[in-house]
Design a protein around this ligand. Sequence first.
Ligand code: NAD
Ligand code: UFG
Length: 346
Amino acid sequence: MPDTDLQQRKILVTGGAGYIGSHTSLALLEAGYEVVVLDSLVNASQEALRRVELLVGRSLTFIEGDVRDRNCLDRLFSKHDIHAVIHFAGLKAVAESVAEPLAYYDTNVNGSLTLCQAMQAAAIFRLVFSSSATVYGPDAPVPYREQMPRGWPASPYGASKAMVERVLEDLCAADSRWSVALLRYFNPIGAHESGLMGEDPRGIPNNLLPFIAQVAVGRRGRLGIFGSDYPTRDGTCERDYVHVMDLAEGHVKALEHLGSSGSYAYNLGTGQAVSVLAMVNTFQEVSGKEIPYDVSQRRQGDLAAFWADPTLAFDELGWQAQRNLDDMVRDTWRWQAANPHGYSAE
Ligand code: NAD
Ligand code: UFG
């Protein structure tokens, strides 16, 4: 049975200062939860949390710490009466994971193991885990459906997500007290509608939308489009882009659904595939800025096209993406135009 008495409870959000975590913390506060954020700030700014508090008019608790630090977790769980955990903390750059597999397995896999061990010791058994569409692997037919088996993702990053899913399934099989949602995100983009919060990658962006937005705002010269010879409608790769506030609301729904014993995987996507060229064109129309680009070679590991079948999330969680591509692009641009350097002041 879904747990209907979650509000007013404290939720631990690991990685809550990051892109998806900060938007989810805002959605949780707006839904009436208390929020404790644990973040090492390795890829985030505390300013994101200040803006969450400003927008909601309520405060949250921030703890700077590492999810691999068992003592830190034990202290946190003894001090705060945590009802459930949403686990975002992790490293997410696919190419970097190929170059530094140990760092990725340590943070993503070891971090998740340490978190679960500390949760078990503190008798906390409700968990929402940030997974990825990449767990379906390179050979899966589209659209991706949850009942399909996991594949073997090409990158250590993707493999780390598949491994943690397996660990959580095994944990649920061994101990019926666990209730776990595995949320498989497709391509999160967009920003909070206020323009005060958004994605703020460090260094050169790996992902398409932050790169386009930085070209539009004058921080980068030209976009490189990685290949135009794919077997797609216009030759560029197609992805299922989903608004970060829709994702955030999906986490609140998943949390409210926790309570049944076991692990449950859900796709969080729109079910629509958009090509790189279509995204560039939409961004130009919405922002009124020209996005100069060159077509370069394919990027190693990229798949031609994948998108979600999001039916299960609708049927079981009552979740469906509400925002369309124009909304996603408009909100990205509002954030980038108002914050050309992200959360840093320069
Ligand atoms: P992000 O980098 O903005 O957020 C991750 C957060 O975790 C950051 O605030 C970072 O400082 C923190 N962190 C990293 N290592 C930590 C550690 N050892 N201890 C404590 N905090 C730590 O990334 P995001 O886009 O918000 O992604 C959140 C989660 O969603 C990640 O697990 C990511 O793998 C997953 N995910 C992201 C995408 C995407 O395209 N953005 C897609 C699928 C899945
Ligand atoms: N792209 C470009 N130029 C860029 C950046 C991206 O053309 O500068 C293209 C890529 O080739 C791809 C599309 O834009 O076709 C989207 O690329 P992103 O890097 O934004 O997203 P990905 O689909 O590659 O990555 C996503 C998630 C990862 C996940 C991966 C699995 O962000 O978490 O899917 O394939 F691991």
